[in-house]
Design a protein around this ligand. Sequence first.
Ligand code: ADP
Length: 327
Amino acid sequence: MCAKQVTKIGVLTSGGDAPGMNAAVRAVVRTGIYHGLEVFGIYRGYSGMIDDDIVQMNSRSVANIIQRGGTILKTARSKDFFEIEGREKAYKNLAKRGINGLVIIGGDGSFRGAQKFSHEFDIPCIGIPGTIDKDIAGTDFTIGFDTAVNTAVEAIDKIRDTADAHDRLFIVEVMGRDAGYIALHSGIATGAENILIPEAKTNIEELVNSLTEKEKRQKLVNLIVVAEGDEFGANEIAEVIRVRLPQTDTRVCILGHIQRGGSPTCLDRLIASRMGYHSVECLLEGRNNVMVGILNNKVHYTPLDKAVKAKQKITDDWFKIVKILAS
Ligand code: ADP
């Protein structure tokens, strides 16, 4: 806990963008103003903090943004923030305005930066998990995941139609460099036969056997959903299948950045609004260095170091569900 009362707060979006970040910014600004705080928008994440790209916000600054993807504050990755000189510069820009509390909307990298900053300088930092990857401990939800996964589902449903028309095997690659949640959720929701994710070792023999066995049962439409961080990329898997099962008409589709964009879903807007509201309450209660999450539908505060060290786990029953339902 931090004894000093916050009076002026800054809010920034940092690292990878995620749909719903705007709803969180809006909630921080309006909750702050409701409590009589001055609220500053810091542009381009930590880069804007270092470059003094900081603007005071009012309620109207965040009008008409709850439904918009991306982030009005822009986001960036800042090499300079890794260095103490960069963080000192950032601190001076906050100090000259009297900003004495920060809300950081971002992923685990942004939280690592926040942790360092709040240890070095006398400014409490509160994190809000904004990442489409859902790979942060201490919360059931991260802002942007639901939108991204629904975008993937919509796209894969369309791919299934064309796969069905031609009796083709489609290998669809979705986002998730370190985490397989988008692949797992979108794969189950679209009835994929196989889901390949970084959290589980990909067994090529098993994959080929399962496709052969399905062929025998005349299962003609096959979808394989692969997370981009899986040890085998979609193209590599396709190559193996072309060699081992040459009779299979195989195509690859890489969904890419469409998964980051678009209007946030109701769920993302809702959790962003709740987290944004509670992040300001947190600062007013004198908390520091915690992430606002939602666990079992209750707001839950996790120390930033715990939120970044452990990831959400994918348990074995998920894999069992995939196997049984694809039979
Ligand atoms: P994300 O928040 O989406 O995981 P990054 O990992 O790129 O994105 O982190 C965003 C930014 O946070 C980095 O560009 C850097 O400015 C800052 N950051 C990340 N890790 C650290 C660290 N260990 N020390 C200081 N700053 C960091």
